[in-house]
Design a protein around this ligand. Structure first.
Ligand code: ADP
Length: 245
């Protein structure tokens, strides 16, 4: 598999004396789909912020292939091909699914601005491929404003895919989704990974089980357990701190 691995090596983040990340080390291989779980306050958001350059680590290194991300700012990291989807979808309601994707395709990575362009045949083909990947072909010409919550989340994932990321960071994608939408989202992310790496932070353990990939459990800013969902769910340390049993 070509592509770059993501390395977090001994990463700590200290806010006013409080350690949000504590010597966190993690490797995500090229093309891997990794789920990250952990109780509230475990450091999941801070980990994503450190990867995208929103927060600078107090100690440790973050690398994407040969690139040292701790030396780059947010736009430079986005330009490298690291896309992030926040929990709340930000799509343009008055534009159709197709137009939203058109916008993302033409905008610089990390900076989607509301401008319209004429599209080449090649660009149209790419948008059609992305529309299919996120299951919205039948809705391509509907305004985003009339889509369901789940479909809006998928559209935003599509907008990130249109920018051809090498690593996609996805924050709690299934919060507020129906069971059917949650299941489709798991299948979608499995399909999206492979050519790209995906790191998904999620609370919903059934969703994480449906992904069927390696899971990292964070607790107090470090890795508590790592492995299959069965492995981590049966790990006594996880049961104690995460499941509260
Ligand atoms: P999670 O996403 O797993 O719920 P976070 O990464 O948001 O955890 O937070 C980890 C810890 O760091 C929490 O205790 C949180 O209160 C603290 N924290 C996060 N951001 C800041 C900040 N900017 N200033 C101070 N404390 C913060």
């Amino acid at each position: 598999m070509k592509g770059r691995a993501l390395y977090l090596d001994g990463v700590s983040v200290v806010f006013d004396g409080f350690r949000a990340l504590n010597n966190l080390s993690l490797i995500v291989e090229p093309g891997e789909l990794r789920a990250v779980i952990g109780p509230n306050g475990a450091g999941k958001t801070t980990m994503m912020d450190v990867i995208t350059g929103k927060t600078r680590p107090t100690a440790g290194t973050v690398r994407f292939g040969e690139a040292d991300l701790t030396r780059l700012d947010e736009p430079a990291i986005a330009t490298l091909g690291i896309g992030r989807k926040f929990q709340k979808p930000t799509v343009f309601d008055h534009l159709t699914v197709f137009e939203n994707l058109e916008l993302a395709l033409k905008a610089p990575r990390g900076a989607i601005a509301c401008v319209k362009w004429r599209l080449s045949g090649e660009a149209r083909d790419r948008i059609a491929r992305v529309t299919e990947e996120v299951g919205l072909l039948a809705r391509a010409h509907d305004p985003a404003g009339i889509l369901s919550h789940g479909q809006r989340q998928w559209l935003e994932i599509g907008m990130l895919l249109a920018q051809d990321p090498e690593l996609l960071l996805v924050d709690e994608p299934v919060a507020g989704m129906t069971d059917a939408e949650t299941e489709r989202t798991a299948a979608m992310l499995v399909g999206i990974a492979g050519p790209r790496s995906v790191v998904v932070v999620e609370h919903d353990l059934e969703f994480v089980r449906a992904l069927g990939r390696r899971v990292t459990v964070l607790h107090e800013g470090s890795v508590l357990s790592e492995g299959s969902i069965d492995h981590v769910q049966n790990d006594p340390r996880v049961i104690e701190v995460y499941l509260g049993r």
